[in-house]
Ligand binder design. Structure first.
Ligand SMILES: Nc1ncnc2c1ncn2[C@@H]1O[C@H](COP(=O)(O)OP(=O)(O)OP(=O)(O)O)[C@@H](O)[C@H]1O
Ligand SMILES: [Mg+2]
Length: 592
């Protein structure tokens, strides 16, 4: 990976980038045709101008001169139209290629295992899908076609120059080594500054994203001033990086202008010298001088741009290396034969399941239990005991290392993941709501769920009144991450989301935060409705839920240490009894 980054050219990668434009091959071909035509037309113009001067000015043939001028203007017009078309086509091509790639990348990210997201920051994935993609678009819009065009044009110009007067050409080219030398310095400077800018942009992104996500922490701990200071420093570095890049341009461009002026000066001096010798063809000297002045401009401009263009190309290659590396990552959930989970009765069994997120710290150390169809199981235990991890395994967010998990007697690993997830509804501890209406948050875009069904369900679960009380009711727009709703309210909406889904298995990770008694009652009723007639696994923090459960599993440090009904467990007088007296009884005190 590092190797391909530092290498300027990676043919395989370049081929792959080109291959991604295959569906839009016709655009690429039109672009190439225009590029070639332009490369031929442009150098033709000075040649004609030279001829016009040489043949008609000296012969004082006004009407032929006028016709010739019109011809030159016509060529100029055609060139302009072609340039506009080329610029449009190449941008269009770039955006089309990137749209395809971006769609593919997003689909890909959607299918990655959750473990991937534990190990990679969100900011990185955002950068891959947004700004790295832009650099790929630039490969097409400002990179390859333009570079090919410039190189062809350069060859065309040199061809005409040598054809007209090879001696003069060599003279005019004297400053070129200087130009190549300064281009190289510029290329290096601009590359370094681009990389610095990108680094600073990414730091800025991460900082802003983290601080806005964790704004409550910043404000609770009154860290506004300190964080603002930190931000200023990063922002300052970002500014400096940009300015360095601009400096490189502002030095380089005048240098090129000076060199082209030098070239013209040499051209003029050389021509004057020839004339002063007296034994030359004046017409030819004048013709060549006219044409060559135009050629010098045509020669220097593309060379000036080439350094910049190669840089764009290189940045695009770095961007595509990153995007393709992400696309090549296939950390998906492995599936053996993709069995459909038909006729599933809701039975779930764990047999000696061992699990670790990072393969170092053991989180589940041999967990076994069985939930019969229709039963409600409550899982209790101290924080970090491994309760949520059990859910993560049932929903196949993560892979376990050893043991067996079966659903309706079928090995979980043999079941098609989407079939599995369509039978299970999960209400997570940390409810995530999208920045969309309540209704959309409930249906998640599933058009088969009608508004009527939602309202009926909301009434059954007992949250209809609450939703109607919001401005706009079911159309109330939940802001980013559900920020404007309370924890309890968010949980109620996710209950409804699970309920309209009508799953065979309900998994509920109760929120630990305390909830006002009104919401508490709503949640209690909703839980009752939700667990009716279906297998339910509830990670319980509420005494009411625990008491209503058929079996209570008590977890501690990755193991199930006790199991039984509320009464049975109290009799044993073990961990559960302690938890009950220390924690759950206090809940009753605070509730009443
Ligand atoms: N994504 C993860 N990557 C690595 N380790 C994790 C991850 N999620 C949880 N853990 C670790 O696994 C252990 C069990 O976590 P788990 O979330 O199952 O606890 P829990 O019983 O649900 O706790 P709580 O009651 O606080 O929700 C903890 O030690 C935790 O640090
Ligand atoms: Mg948890």
């Amino acid at each position: 990976m590092k190797k391909s980054k530092s290498r300027a050219w990676d043919i395989k990668l370049f081929k792959r980038v080109l291959a991604s434009s295959k569906p839009h091959k016709s655009l690429l071909i039109y672009g190439l045709i225009l590029t070639v035509l332009l490369a031929v037309l442009s150098p033709l113009r000075p040649y004609i101008v030279g001829k016009l001067v040489g043949e008609y000015v000296f012969n004082k043939d006004a009407s032929a001169l006028l016709n010739g001028t019109i011809l030159v203007l016509g060529i100029l017009l055609v060139e302009s139209v072609m340039l506009i078309a080329l610029s449009y086509i190449s941008s269009d091509l770039g955006q089309r290629v990137v749209k395809d790639l971006r769609d593919r990348l997003f689909e890909h990210i959607n299918r990655l295992r959750l473990r991937y997201f534990d190990q990679h920051p969100i900011g990185m994935l955002v950068t891959r899908s947004v700004s790295d993609m832009e650099t790929i678009a630039e490969i097409f819009s400002q990179g390859i076609l333009v570079i090919v065009g410039d190189l062809l044009k350069l060859s065309g110009v040199l061809f005409f120059m040598f054809y007209m007067n090879w001696e003069l050409t060599l003279v005019v080219l004297i400053p070129i080594p200087l130009l190549i030398f300064s281009s190289n310095i510029f290329k290096k400077a601009i590359k370094k500054s681009f990389q610095e800018v990108r680094k600073q942009v990414s730091l800025l992104n991460t900082f802003v994203q983290e601080h806005i996500s964790g704004m409550n922490i910043v404000q609770i701990f009154s860290r506004e001033d300190i964080e603002a200071e930190k931000f200023k420093k990063i922002n300052e570095k970002h500014k400096k990086a940009h300015i360095k890049g601009i400096m490189a341009y502002s030095v380089f461009f005048p240098v090129v202008e000076t060199l082209s002026a030098l070239s013209i000066a040499i051209l003029v001096l050389y021509s004057i010298r020839n004339i002063s010798y007296g034994n030359v063809d004046y017409v030819k000297v004048t013709t060549d001088m006219m044409a060559f002045i135009l050629y010098v401009h045509m020669l220097f401009r593309p060379i000036r741009m080439l350094a910049d263009r190669f840089n764009t190309l290189q940045m695009g290659m770095v961007g595509s290396a990153r995007v393709f590396a992400l696309l090549d990552n296939d950390e998906f959930i492995s599936q053996q034969d993709g069995l459909m989970l038909n006729n599933f009765n809701g039975e779930i069994e764990f047999k000696d399941v061992h699990f670790s997120y990072d393969e170092i710290n053991k989180v589940l150390k041999g967990v076994s239990f069985k939930v019969n169809p229709g039963q409600t199981i409550a899982v209790v235990g101290p924080t970090g005991a491994g309760k949520t991890s059990i859910i993560n395994l049932i929903s196949r967010f993560y892979e376990f290392q050893s043991g067996h998990i079966t659903l309706g007697g079928k090995d979980i690993r043999s079941i098609d993941v989407s079939s599995l997830r369509s039978r299970i509804a999960i209400v997570l501890q940390d409810v995530f709501l999208y920045n969309a209406s309540i209704q959309d948050n409930i249906t998640l875009g599933n058009k088969n769920i009608s508004t009527k069904k939602i309202i009926e369900s909301a009434k059954l679960v007992g949250v209809h009144d609450f939703i109607v009380s919001l401005e706009g009711g079911y159309d109330f727009i939940v802001k980013e991450r559900g920020g404007v709703l309370s924890t309890g309210q968010r949980q109620l909406i996710s209950f409804l989301r699970a309920f309209v889904y009508n799953p065979q298995v309900l998994i509920l990770d109760e929120a630990t935060s305390s909830i006002d008694s009104e919401s508490e009652e709503l949640i209690q009723n909703a839980t009752k409705e939700l667990t009716k007639n279906r297998t339910s696994i509830i990670i319980a923090h509420r005494l009411s839920t625990i008491k209503n459960a058929d079996i209570i599993l008590v977890m501690d440090d990755g193991l199930i240490v006790e199991s039984g009904t509320h009464k049975e467990l109290l009799k044993i007088d073990g961990k559960y009894s302690k938890l009950y007296h220390n924690q759950f009884l206090k809940q009753i005190d605070s509730d009443y």
